[in-house]
Design a protein around this ligand. Structure first.
Ligand code: PMP
Length: 359
């Protein structure tokens, strides 16, 4: 019998057990073909059915309007930092809300395009990224305004979207897509790396309003949203295994009641950990309550040696990957959709025990 472990990694991250079980059951012979899903042609009817069903599943889960394309791409969210301005920055004026490391990286990739000028509308840097900054009403015209809906490293979330006027909002939803509700129609484009709430690494989902694409000629084929849309994400060989697994994750989430049901579960999980942190004499959660992420929860003891001791002891107890990002130190528990409530209660019990021991 394998010992129960809980994986709190920020990504690649925990996947639902029933999905892994199904992957295992189907691995050697997908639908009686005698081949694994990794070995079938991406031009086969069998794979077409897999990608069609994955797309339909995501469309239902996020209520994606018909005038939005769903693209299954590669290169991670990091490639989208560049692809988004390449496709959407038709006048070259782009705005960002700076909420930490990933939004800075997104801006830096846009800045590499010679025709693009970026503006920072608001920043949380002076508050150590422990808040989501207030964005003044946007009156200027930009090709789009970019936000990181959930800041994986800093543990903050946009629960309310900024008022961008007539501008288009672009959201990097890598770490809270499908974990809490957003209205797709509030965005012109949403992108997310799959390896947190969707499936294995190697797949990136882009959801884009169809009138925003196809405006820039001669883009590199792999970065051309219009071409990828026209080819049904099959311009080249797609990450077949990741798309297949994502489809199973979408089915799993739908059976659980979709995003509304998952939001309630995620709120309950996060509350267990934040409630404990807020009354603890040892651990603290640095993020201001109004902006606290449901999916990535940083915490510290205030003493780097004690942090290291905690992480070591937690690992020995089967509570894995609790080390905070190297930029911020301390600890971080990522509570994505596939993390069961038992994982959080086990973590909190362990923290209580640790707190008693060191006092
Ligand atoms: N944006 C956010 C919010 C992230 O959390 C990450 C990865 N942790 C990235 C972008 C980069 O994603 P990728 O590794 O898929 O390029």
């Amino acid at each position: 019998m394998m010992k129960t472990v809980y994986n709190f990694a920020a990504g690649p991250a925990v996947l639902p057990q029933p999905v892994l079980q199904q992957v295992q059951d189907e691995l050697l012979s997908y639908r009686q073909t005698g081949m694994s899903v990794m070995e079938i042609s991406h031009r086969s009817a069998l794979f077409q059915d897999i990608i069609d069903r994955a797309e339909a599943g995501l469309r239902r889960l996020m209520a994606i309007p018909d005038n939005y394309k769903v693209l299954f791409l590669q290169g991670g969210a990091s490639l989208q930092f560049h692809a988004v301005p390449l496709n959407l920055a038709t006048t070259g004026k782009v705005a960002f809300v700076d909420t930490g490391n990933w939004s800075k990286k997104a801006k830096a990739e846009a800045d590499k395009l010679p025709h693009v000028t970026t503006t920072v509308l608001a920043s949380s840097q002076a508050q150590q990224n422990r808040v989501i900054p207030t964005v003044p009403a946007v009156t200027d015209h930009y090709d789009y305004v970019h936000i990181t809906t959930n800041n994986t490293i800093e543990g903050t979330t946009f629960f309310d979207l900024p008022a961008v006027g007539d501008n288009i909002l672009v959201g990097d939803m890598s770490s809270n897509i499908l974990a809490q509700p957003y209205r797709v129609a509030d965005f012109g484009l949403i992108y997310a790396g799959a390896q947190k709430n969707i499936g294995p690494a190697g797949l990136t989902v882009v959801i884009v309003r169809d009138d925003l694409i196809g405006k820039v000629p001669n883009l590199p084929a792999m970065l051309d949203y219009q071409l990828q849309a026209d080819k049904g994400s099959l311009y080249n060989t797609p990450p077949v295994f990741a798309i297949y697994t994502a489809g199973l994750v979408f089915d799993w989430l739908e059976q659980l009641g979709g995003v509304p049901a998952m939001t309630q579960i995620n709120q309950a999980k996060a509350k267990i950990l934040y409630d404990y942190l807020d009354q603890s004499d040892l651990f603290t959660a640095p993020v201001a309550p109004a902006y606290r992420s449901l999916t990535n929860i940083p915490f510290v003891t205030g003493n780097a040696d004690l942090d290291a001791q905690f992480i070591d002891a937690a690992t020995k107890a089967g509570l894995y990957n609790l080390k905070g990002h190297r930029l911020v130190g301390g600890m971080r528990a990522s509570l994505y959709n596939a993390m069961p409530i038992a994982g959080v209660t086990t973590l909190v019990d362990f923290m209580k025990h640790f707190e008693q021991e060191v006092r």
